[in-house]
Design a protein around this ligand. Structure first.
Ligand code: PGA
Length: 258
């Protein structure tokens, strides 16, 4: 099975509009200059989305949003709807990032509703999962991850690999400089793929891209992409600099089929 690699940059709470224009323009140029055998996504903060879209509109870079409301409209102060995001060119959304789960207390029910809303809105959902160090040390990683996937997918209909990407991001590897060993990340990703086969079907599970995330850098990407089931990366810190992110994209291109 050949899955097109995807490199996604989660900018988190970084980059004002001027900085967004600088980075997004550099990435758009990079995307145009290089044969885009790798899908590239950037995920700026809300206020920078429109500026980013303006810079990448002639490239093949996919615009993603870091969050959104599970509701269509109404009395939900502070929320942004999927239709509002689509209006400014957003094509994908992150769901269930560990920072949303931990800091903003998003539970399985909210994540399930957000996946439902993303599917309903025809946005590509990048569903994140990952275990804490405590869970890993207790030997419960696989069960934990499978439960997160099962809870998110429950009653949500997925028929195509254009609807869902999964990102395996061990919490202890996010922003810590401590990457999960590539072979171990690949093992967990295989567990996720098996779970997807059980919840969806074998064929679809073999087509859905599963990324690794957690301190990915240009120096780690080659080993990660050499693994059978790692289809790309969700990158935080290293996505904030055009040259470093460009090197990660180039690294992923090695796995791409022309
Ligand atoms: P990091 O973040 O690359 O800075 O570890 C990854 C993420 O949170 O998606």
């Amino acid at each position: 099975m050949t899955r097109k690699p995807l490199i996604a940059g989660n900018w988190k709470l970084n980059k004002n509009i001027a900085e967004t224009k600088e980075l997004a323009s550099a990435l758009a140029q990079f995307n145009k200059d290089n044969n885009p055998t790798v899908d590239v996504m950037i995920v700026p903060t809300f206020t920078s989305l429109a500026a980013a879209q303006d810079c990448i509109k002639d490239s093949q870079i996919i615009l993603g949003a870091q969050d959104f409301s599970q509701h269509d409209s109404g009395a939900y102060t502070g929320e942004v709807s999927t239709e509002m995001l689509k209006e400014i060119g957003v094509k994908a959304v992150l769901i269930g990032h560990s920072e949303r789960r931990e800091i903003f207390k998003e539970d399985d029910e909210i994540i399930n509703a957000k996946l439902n809303q993303a599917l309903k809105s025809n946005l590509l959902a990048v569903l994140c999962c990952g275990e804490s160090l405590e869970t890993r040390e207790a030997g419960n990683t696989d069960t934990w991850i499978c439960n997160q996937i099962e809870a998110a997918l429950k009653n949500n209909e997925i028929n195509s690999d254009s609807q869902l990407v999964v990102a395996y991001e061990p919490i202890w590897a996010i922003g810590t400089g401590k990457t999960c060993e590539s072979n171990e990340a690949n093992r967990v990703i295989k567990v996720i793929r098996k779970k997807l086969a059980e919840l969806l079907n074998e064929d679809l599970a073999s087509k859905i891209r599963i990324l690794y995330g957690g301190s990915v850098k240009s120096t780690t990407i080659d080993a990660q992409m050499a693994e059978s089931d790692i289809d790309g990366a969700l990158v935080g810190g290293a996505s904030l600099k055009a040259d470093e992110f460009g090197k990660i994209i180039t690294g992923a291109a090695a796995k791409a089929v022309a």
